[in-house]
Design a protein around this ligand. Structure first.
Ligand SMILES: C[S@@+](CC[C@H](N)C(=O)[O-])C[C@H]1O[C@@H](n2cnc3c(N)ncnc32)[C@H](O)[C@@H]1O
Length: 302
């Protein structure tokens, strides 16, 4: 089962009213969506996910609460386009709870986990062509090094990439784990799992996670009404850096304007950062996934 992260903090800070139009970009198992739906009996919830299994199980859960919701089976990079099709031009709040859900990680055959043996897959959208098998077995050495460094911050990127190329074809997750173990120093196994960063990097590449998030977040900021909020829960520094950079960019004056004695209203920032929250000890005790989570909140003020 998926335990939603920062649930209370997220819901409280959305400032929901009963007629709000809300968007959950990462429906998952509807933990956040359910709580939103309960609070907007006269509004509407639009919820995105690209994973059909998540959608099937959430439809069931949401339908027991109310009928005023629409599930959109699409990548959230299509946020504006999909909402436009439904004639939705502006909304009161938008939430991202990034990454994969516990069921995606736990279901062996999805190939996300370095603890379970499965064909290398890691696709959130099962209809997509690019999968982890292709990345691991077809990418050239430079491309592998680039993704291990850029998406995994893996200091042994070169030796792992060499190991992968030498051991091809690599069919399964646990075969890949063995190759990684053989190509990092023994001491690297002591702290966290030695395959953690490589798996993160391949997953980000397969799902193009950082690019789609960046593109979608700009759309979200555009869609939000004055007084409305965008919330983002990140789970690693790469996605958090993107969120922090974009939030800073839209909430601060460009340096050339800072020198002006008076900044015209139309050039002043349209957004204000209102929060940056991490899970409390109680949540950390019961939910391992919360360890690296961070919730960033921004409000449209103009
Ligand atoms: C961490 S889970 C969300 C869990 C949810 N908030 C809950 O409480 O049950 C992330 C979900 O977002 C989906 N997802 C991730 N990136 C996506 C994207 N670019 N477009 C659409 N869905 C995405 C995943 O398939 C997964 O189901």
């Amino acid at each position: 089962m998926h335990k939603s992260v920062l649930l209370e903090e997220c819901i409280n800070n959305l400032n929901l009213s009963d007629n709000n139009i809300a968007v959950d970009c990462t429906l998952g198992y509807a933990g956040h969506s359910s709580e939103i739906l309960k609070r907007i009996p006269n509004g509407h919830l639009y919820a995105f996910d690209q994973d059909l299994e998540a959608i099937a199980s959430s439809s069931d859960r949401l339908s027991k609460i109310a009928e005023n919701y629409t599930i959109i089976n699409s990548n959230f990079v299509n946020l504006k386009e999909e909402l436009n099709k439904l004639n939705v031009k502006e909304v009161d709040c938008i939430l991202y709870d990034l990454g994969v859900s516990s069921p995606q990680l736990d279901e062996e055959e999805r190939g996300f986990s370095f603890h379970k043996d499965a064909r290398l897959d890691m696709r959130m959208n099962q209809n997509q062509e690019l999968d982890a098998y292709y990345v691991v077995n077809e990418y050239d050495k430079e491309a592998l090094i680039r993704i291990l460094r850029d998406y995994g911050e893996e200091k042994y990127a070169v030796s792992i990439a060499n190991g992968i190329i030498k051991n091809r074809p690599i069919e399964t997750t646990l075969q890949l784990v063995e190759v990684i173990k053989e190509n990092v120093p023994f001491s690297y196994r002591n702290d966290k799992h030695p395959a953690r960063k490589t798996f993160q990097a391949i997953r980000i590449e397969v799902n193009d996670e950082l690019n789609v998030f960046e593109k979608s977040l700009y759309q979200a900021l555009d869609l939000i009404k004055v007084g409305g909020r965008v919330e983002v829960i990140t789970f690693h520094s790469l996605e958090d850096k993107i969120c922090k950079r974009i939030f800073n960019e839209v909430s601060t004056l460009p340096s050339e304007l800072k020198k002006l004695p008076l900044v015209p209203v139309e050039l002043q920032p349209k957004y204000k950062v209102v929060g940056n929250i991490t899970p409390n000890d109680k949540e950390l005790d019961i939910n391992n996934r919360a360890r690296s989570a961070k919730l960033r909140i921004i409000e449209r003020i103009g």
